[in-house]
Design a protein around this ligand. Structure first.
Ligand code: SF4
Ligand code: SF4
Length: 139
C-alpha cells in the first residue's frame, strides 16, 4: 500500500467517524424531541440548587442572577423550584406536552447532570419519579 493510499484510507475513516458522530447527534436531537422537550417534569418537581460559580458574571456566561434566590454565601436556587407546586422560572410551555428551557445553554450543573440518557429515551430513577409526579409513564 502506498503512502498516498494510506492517507486516503485514513481520510475516509476520519470522514466516516465524523459522519457517525453527526448521525449520533441527529439521533440524540430527535430523541430529545420525543423525550425531554415533550416532558419537562424534572423542571417542575425538584429544588434546583447550585454553586454560585454557575451564575452569569461580567466575565462569564451563566444563569442570570435574577432567575435565582440566594441560599447561602455560595449556594443559590432556581427561582420557583421550591414553590408549591414547584416550577422553575426558566421553564416555558406545558409539562407533558411541549416545553423549553429558556436558558438551556446556560443551565446550571444539576440540570446538565440530571438523567443524562433521557434525551436518548433512557430514563433513570429520578427521571421516573419526576414524570410520575406529573402522571407521565417512565421513559
Ligand atoms: S430528564 Fe426525564 S423528567 Fe426531565 S425532561 Fe427529560 S424525560 Fe422529563
Ligand atoms: S434551568 Fe432549565 S433545565 Fe434547569 S430546571 Fe430550570 S428549566 Fe429546567
Amino acid at each position: 500500500m502506498t503512502t498516498l493510499h494510506l492517507i486516503c484510507v485514513s481520510l475516509a475513516a476520519s470522514r466516516q467517524v465524523r459522519d457517525n458522530r453527526r448521525l449520533a447527534h441527529l439521533f440524540a436531537m430527535t430523541m430529545t424531541d420525543f423525550a425531554c422537550t415533550r416532558c419537562g417534569a424534572c423542571c417542575a418537581a425538584f429544588r434546583v440548587d447550585f454553586h454560585c460559580a454557575d451564575l452569569a458574571s461580567s466575565e462569564a456566561k451563566g444563569v442570570p442572577v435574577a432567575l435565582t434566590v440566594p441560599l447561602t454565601a455560595t449556594l443559590v436556587r432556581m427561582r420557583g423550584t421550591d414553590e408549591a407546586p414547584p416550577r422553575c422560572i426558566a421553564l416555558e410551555g406545558e409539562v407533558g406536552k411541549s416545553v423549553r428551557c429558556t436558558i438551556y445553554e446556560q443551565r446550571p450543573g444539576p440540570c446538565r447532570d440530571f438523567a443524562p440518557y433521557a434525551p436518548l429515551g433512557i430514563g433513570d430513577d429520578a427521571c421516573d419519579r419526576a414524570r410520575r409526579r406529573h402522571g407521565l409513564p417512565p421513559l
